[in-house]
Design a protein around this ligand. Structure first.
Ligand SMILES: *Cc1c(COP(=O)(O)O)cnc(C)c1O
Length: 482
């Protein structure tokens, strides 16, 4: 049913079901240069220059590989301010796939969140969700609404067997809907829950969520940015769904949902976003805000070329071979790391392989940014750029103290169809080396700390000369090799 390829000698690894026809040259600079680059970047991987990066595993946003069909579609885009045929094509495709009549364009995912929050969130409102995303929370907070996360106990347990850590806690949702009656503008579920390691929910959990929302007459909103991964996990981990096509699973999901929005920087492998609904009243309200913030209703801040690419990208997302590539490579990477004793988040999710930084570097106190230090060390070890997901990405408490995060993770994103098997193997090798030399790694401290979203632009220094020691150890272990 999954058309798996198996290997004669019993090996098991995922196989790319695409070939590479456009390439970008990479270079790997020597370890001393990597040390210089990360120092210059204030030990913040966001501030590295791409020319110094070998494998860019920062994010999957806007950097998924496009297909030959997407590139071809971009050449036939119809550029006009109003009435673009390109938008008609995207609208027809999206409406058909998601089974929703109304389709509104936005320039990226957070723009959809801005419009939804502007339309529905009033001061003091409560918005329940399985887990927050950074930009979602910011837009709700800006309207003085409050996010309440209703995840299960397993969600924050980094090593577990739980296949659906993204599930909504149904009994907590039921209680909250009763307690906050009249104060909840919508309930939000996020597919492929980003900040807990790309973890999915099950279709049966979504159906229970949908049932409660309908009974309470509260709209259910889906953030479908990471839907491709969630679809893969429903099909492969949920027994009742394994014989269904991806199209059928999307339809079952959509039947539960009143408003769908997504970032097409992720879903659709291009750059843009959409909001979909079947409710004419909802459409009318949101439609009034799109021209104000985004642009006219037939482009919404997107270029028509991207609009064409998204239409094709969405169609390609229905292909199981396409959506399996990311999760299967991530699973391979996590499995190889587990086999070498390197602590990672399990079960592997979508989006990327997540290192469990607290277990990787137990010697570093939380105030010295465990996952941030790991990000810098991974770059020195292999020229691989990851993203810190821990205390460094938090805002300070109101009293000015550090808000210590429950989990400290380093995310190594695998943008879709971008990296090859040998690049994944190389990364695993360098992570194993780093793990065996983990005692050398120390913490970080601020030298410039911006007030908002400090992780993007903040600069740090190492608390000791551990980066120099790490680079020196690399040179002595690897000789004159890169
Ligand atoms: C990336 C992302 C967003 C924001 O999308 P942008 O296109 O980056 O604005 C919202 N929700 C989730 C789950 C995401 O992963």
């Amino acid at each position: 049913m999954f058309n798996n390829v198996t290997f004669f000698k019993g090996e098991s690894f995922p196989l790319e079901m695409h070939k590479v026809r456009i390439v970008q040259k990479l270079s790997l600079i020597p370890v001393e240069e990597r040390l210089r680059a990360i120092r210059e970047a204030g030990f913040n991987t966001f501030l590295l220059k791409n020319r110094d990066v070998f494998l860019d595993m920062l994010t999957d946003s806007g950097v998924n590989a496009m297909s030959d069909r997407q590139l071809a579609a971009m050449m036939t885009a119809d550029d006009s301010y109003a009435g673009s045929m390109s938008f008609d094509r995207l609208k027809t495709t999206a409406s058909d796939i998601f089974n929703k009549e109304y389709v509104l364009p936005v320039h990226q995912g957070r723009a959809a969140e801005n419009i939804l929050a502007e339309a529905y969130v009033k001061p003091g409102n409560v918005v329940p969700m399985n887990y927050h995303f950074t930009t979602t929370k910011a837009h709700i907070g800006l309207r003085r609404g409050k996010v309440v996360e209703l995840y299960n106990d397993s969600a924050l347990r980094l090593q577990s067997e739980e296949p659906f850590k993204g599930n909504m806690d149904i009994s907590r949702l039921e209680k909250l809907l009763a307690k906050e009656k009249g104060n909840i503008p919508f309930v939000r579920v996020e597919a492929g829950t980003n900040l807990i390691g790309g973890q999915p929910w099950s279709l049966s959990n979504l159906k229970e969520t949908g049932k409660l929302c309908r009974a309470a007459n509260i709209p259910l909103v889906l953030d479908a940015s990471l839907l491709a991964d969630n679809l893969y996990f429903i099909k492969t981990r949920e027994d009742n769904e394994k014989d269904k096509s991806i199209r059928e699973i999307i339809k079952s999901i959509s039947d539960e949902i009143d408003i769908i929005y997504f970032s097409a920087r992720k879903l659709g492998c291009a750059r843009g976003g959409l909001i979909l609904t079947n409710d004419p009243k909802v459409n009318e309200v949101l439609m009034g805000l799109v021209p104000l913030y985004e642009g006219f209703l037939t482009y919404g801040g997107m270029s028509v070329r991207e609009i064409e690419a998204i239409a094709v990208g969405l169609e390609e997302t229905l292909d199981f071979d396409m959506i399996r590539h990311g999760p299967e490579f991530i699973n391979f990477m996590a499995r190889e790391l587990v086999n070498r004793g390197v602590p990672v988040v399990t079960p592997a999710g979508g989006l990327g392989c997540h290192l469990d930084a607290k277990r990787f570097l137990p010697q570093i106190p939380a105030e010295e940014f465990i996952a941030g230090a790991l990000g810098a060390a991974v770059f020195i070890a292999g020229g691989v750029r990851g993203m810190e997901r821990g205390t460094l990405s938090e805002e300070r408490n109101e009293d000015g103290s550090e808000h210590i995060c429950d989990v400290e993770m380093l995310r190594l994103a695998l943008p879709r169809r971008v990296f090859t098997m040998s690049q994944v193997k190389y990364t695993v090798d360098r992570l194993q080396w780093l793990y065996e030399n983990r005692d050398i790694v120390g913490g970080l401290k601020w030298i410039y700390e911006p007030k908002v979203l400090r992780f993007f632009n903040g600069r740090l220094n190492s608390v000791t000369d551990w980066p120099e020691k790490l680079a020196k150890k690399f040179r002595s272990d690897f000789g004159d090799s890169l």
